[in-house]
Design a protein around this ligand. Structure first.
Ligand SMILES: [Fe+2]
Length: 363
């Protein structure tokens, strides 16, 4: 069964509406530094200080490293735990907040990450205010975080960590640099394509994927140029793909990116853009088995998705390969060996050889 939730609020974020969703007195605010400094949100949230106890953090780095999360938990050790968390930022910030929402109950982040302890049944109320359109973190059930001691990137997963309410204001997405809007927008496209062809897909997932793919091709270039309507459409596509991520699964590019990211110190989206070079080629080589035939048909027929993706990458100037990211051919076997997770959801996965092939075609 697929349930589309939580509620999403659109438009300018005002004090009163924010207040109506706050639970308790102690509020933890985790924000991207740029958005906190450049947007109107800091002044709206500042107005809450008469009635609430606010603690504001803007130090979370990309990939949400454990040590950054631990700093917040340690700060609260002497204090009462937060009643509500407000997360303002891109995927890493929202994922950090999702992980923290279940980490104030004497369960360490590492225990959840390495599945030593089960997910708690309760969480701190979480309000998500995304400021980049693509990761879908605001609606998905997963949080990708990073063990910066053991150098392992992975996820914690569970319906309990899904944010309780999402605020979307297209204006906030303008604070991101053009390159980031392009790259993260491509992540949204990968969620749409992968959740469509995944063996865990179903009719509603595929319907939403088709809508999101059309949105990316129509609106991403204008969104990069700061067009508000285009940004709003991208924000909706990103959020709906969060639902797809919750109920279907991604495919091999996402599995392999988890290894390439820490190895090359490149972002999630950059890794995916590079890996699509090889993956989409292999998907296109076996159109009926991979489901690409059906996808192109659903997109209205007479569509060559591979060409469209290539053109989009060219137009946005993000035509990366894994060599651009710093991977050399001698590392391919090691990357393939390290790739784990539910690889069998990918329609073209046969064995480790499939991963090696994708990597070789992505050089
Ligand atoms: Fe992704």
């Amino acid at each position: 069964m697929i349930q589309i939730k939580p509620s999403i609020h659109y438009g300018k974020i005002k004090k009163e509406i924010l207040k109506s969703h706050i639970f308790g007195k102690n509020i933890l605010i985790i924000s991207s530094k740029t958005v906190w400094e450049k947007s109107y949100l800091s002044s709206v949230i500042g107005q809450l200080s008469d009635k609430y106890i606010l603690k504001i953090y803007t130090h979370i780095q990309p990939n949400a490293p454990f040590s950054d999360l631990q700093k917040i938990i340690d700060d609260y050790k002497m204090d009462v735990s937060p009643d509500t968390i407000i997360a303002i930022g891109g995927g890493s910030i929202i994922d950090a907040a999702k992980a923290l929402s279940v980490s104030f109950q004497n369960i360490s982040i590492a225990d959840l990450f390495y599945k030593i302890k089960p997910m708690p049944r309760t969480s701190v109320k979480l309000i998500a205010i995304p400021t980049t359109a693509g990761t879908g973190a605001e609606l998905s059930f997963g949080a990708i975080i990073y063990d910066d001691v053991k150098n392992i990137k992975g996820g914690i997963r569970g319906e309990i960590i899904q944010p309780n309410i999402v605020f979307i204001d297209a204006e906030l997405y303008r604070t991101a640099p053009k390159k980031l809007i392009s790259e993260v927008g491509f992540d949204c496209l990968t969620h749409a394509i992968e959740t469509y062809v995944s063996l865990k897909s179903d009719a509603l997932i595929r319907y939403q994927s088709v809508a999101a793919i059309k949105t990316v091709f129509t609106f991403l270039p204008n969104a990069v140029d700061g067009d508000l309507n285009a940004l709003k459409n991208m924000a909706i596509a990103s959020s709906m793909m969060g639902v797809n991520l919750a109920y279907s699964s991604t495919c091999l590019p996402h599995r392999i990116q988890y290894i390439i990211g820490p190895l090359t110190n490149t972002s999630h989206a950059q890794g995916l853009i590079a890996l699509y070079k090889g993956w989409i080629k292999l998907i296109a080589e076996n159109k009926s088995k991979s489901g690409l035939n059906n996808l192109e048909y659903d997109l209205g027929g007479r569509v060559n998705l591979v060409d469209k993706i290539h053109k989009l990458k060219e137009d946005l100037n993000i035509n990366y390969s894994i060599s651009t990211l710093g991977v050399n051919e001698s590392q391919i076997e090691h990357i393939a060996e390290k790739t784990t997770g539910s690889v069998q959801n990918d329609p073209i996965y046969i064995s480790n050889e499939t991963i090696i092939k994708i990597l070789k075609e992505s050089v």
